[in-house]
Design a protein around this ligand. Structure first.
Ligand SMILES: [Ca+2]
Ligand SMILES: [Ca+2]
Length: 220
């Protein structure tokens, strides 16, 4: 059994840096690419079942090099025959963290650095639903204090996650603290909102333009 994801040495040469901005993220839309976002949910594919003869590697990069990446599988459905269809999770340094086959018990997976790799391989027959997971870039408050201007501190485990991950219907704190009280009237949940006032509307003022940002952190 190999302990190293040796293929990374060649695949990384063709990897491209980017962020998706997509409503729904599918692994097989990004084979060979690097996805650099604070966190998101990812499905293996948009169709009901994954394809035969897949070999798809996607790199997840945390936006900052002091962050690590965690992967939390919601469900995994791979065709239950040996390990002919499988998912490999590789660490920043190329070490194999997990090989996931049918009947794998989901558990949290953590990178040691700011990259983690997800590779899905399937054989030439029999398919199933694939997977759904949530990945999150974060750092611990006790290593580097959470930045109050753009980060949210998860209660109970000292994770610092990006503000954009609060109340987005994905559990990024691992204990769902970022999704608590999101329907509460006392919680202000806005994305960063900007108000731009046309210059011709400001001729009688000393203000050239107004750009007002609203912090969307929950009110406590
Ligand atoms: Ca198969
Ligand atoms: Ca969230």
């Amino acid at each position: 059994m190999t302990l190293n994801c040796a293929y990374l040495g060649t695949v990384l040469l063709v990897a491209a840096l980017g962020s998706t901005g997509e409503a729904t993220l599918y692994l097989d839309d990004h084979c060979g690419e690097t996805i650099r976002v604070h966190g998101d949910r990812m499905y293996s594919q948009s169709t009901k079942n994954y394809d035969n003869n897949m070999d798809c590697l996607v790199t997840i990069q945390a936006p900052y090099d002091y962050q690590i990446v965690t992967i939390d599988f919601s469900w995994v459905d791979l065709f239950n025959r040996g390990c002919y269809d499988y998912i490999e999770i590789c660490d920043t340094n190329g070490t194999l963290l997990n090989t996931i086959c049918a009947n794998w018990e989901p558990r949290d997976i953590y990178s040691s650095g700011n990259f983690i790799y997800i590779r899905m391989v399937t054989d030439d027959s029999r398919v199933d639903r694939g997977f759904s997971l949530v990945f999150t870039a974060f750092h611990y408050d006790y290593d580097l204090a959470c930045n109050d201007t753009y980060e949210f501190k998860c209660s109970g485990n000292d994770r610092c996650i990006d503000d954009s991950l609060v109340c987005d219907d994905k559990n990024n704190c691992n204990n769902a603290y970022d999704e608590d009280d999101c329907s509460d009237a006392s919680t202000l949940r806005l994305s960063v909102v900007s108000f731009w006032v046309p210059l011709n509307a400001l001729e009688d003022t000393n203000v050239e333009k107004a750009n007002i940002s609203v912090d969307h952190r929950p009110l406590v």
